[in-house]
Design a protein around this ligand. Structure first.
Ligand code: ENP
Length: 265
């Protein structure tokens, strides 16, 4: 009956598996957690309820039980490049974006909603267009607020310079729930990376378009900011799939120079 995708099959098992994998293998620094208790708290937010009447505060108990600290300089905010961000972050080895926290592990790439007067999950769920107060949207809202509050040191933001509608959406999780909840006194710098898709248009860059709007806003809030176009380290990762593209020539020319003597031997 709803337009959105339904609850991911085997949701409980996926979450329990992800939770124990996170606390035992990915990030044991979070310490002991009771994953069954966390799953119960998570489900209590939306089960047996009108799927259009779920508020961020319904997840409060879940957030309190599952939260852990985010190491300084490890926060990575983003818009419109989820897969690049998760590959670059490398499951907390380089960075710890929200999706690589214990809270994020409960929602990343999953979908869920309950039904009024029914103890089953639903196989179709409301989209945010149908109703804003849905289970998934409210989850990411409170998760974003909590993540921004926990972030400290140098903050990184990865934006997509090829995104239609701008690299920095003025309405989005970063603008609406993260920027306003950053703890200014605990933040030394904000570094913005604007990555263009290889083969995609260069629509936005540092100092231009929506990135300029973001830079001006953060400066006005008193942050020390830097902005880098096509940050090399992330560009290397993009270029893995397009080694011969002209935008990757910085890397290919270095490699052919390296190869030269080997082949001429
Ligand atoms: P999209 O629309 O590009 O991608 C949404 C996909 O990323 C969904 O599969 C979603 O899981 C997963 N996801 C991982 N972390 C977040 C998240 N953190 N979030 C919403 N979805 C997330 O992403 P958005 O909507 O622009 O959100 C980007 C925001 O995430 C940025 O503000 C960044 O700083 C923040 P699911 O459960 O929907 O299947 C917050 C909101 O970390």
């Amino acid at each position: 009956k709803w337009k959105g995708e339904g609850t991911t099959p085997n949701l409980d098992s996926i979450i329990i598996g992800r939770c124990y994998e996170y606390i035992r293998i990915v990030n044991p620094a979070v310490g002991e957690k009771n994953c069954s208790e966390l799953l119960e708290a998570f489900k209590k937010a939306f089960m047996n309820k009108d799927p259009c009447n779920i508020l961020p505060s319904d997840y409060e108990l879940f957030i309190n039980l599952s939260q852990h600290s985010i190491p300084p300089n490890k926060s990575l905010f983003w818009e419109n490049n989820q897969f690049l961000v998760s590959s670059y972050a490398a499951r907390t080895h380089r960075y710890m974006p929200l999706g690589d926290t214990l809270i994020g592990a409960f929602g990343d790439l999953l979908n869920w909603c309950g039904q009024a007067n029914n103890t089953e999950v639903d196989d179709s769920c409301p989209t945010t267009e149908e109703c804003e107060n849905n289970a998934v949207e409210s989850f990411w809202r409170i998760a974003s607020i909590n993540y921004a509050r926990q972030s400290s040191g140098i903050i990184h933001v990865m934006l997509n310079g090829s995104a239609t509608g701008g690299a920095y959406p003025v309405k989005g999780f970063f603008a609406d729930f993260e920027i306003p909840n950053l703890q200014k006194e605990r933040i030394s710098q904000i570094e913005i990376w604007v990555m263009d898709d290889i083969g995609g248009p260069d629509l936005d860059s540092c100092g231009k378009g929506s990135v300029q709007i973001l830079e001006a806003l953060l400066k006005e809030m008193g942050y020390d900011i830097t902005c880098i176009d096509n940050y090399k380290s992330v560009l290397f990762l993009l270029c893995l799939d397009h080694p011969d593209h002209p935008r990757c020539s910085v890397i290919s020319s270095a490699l052919s120079a390296q190869r030269g003597p080997v082949f001429s031997d």
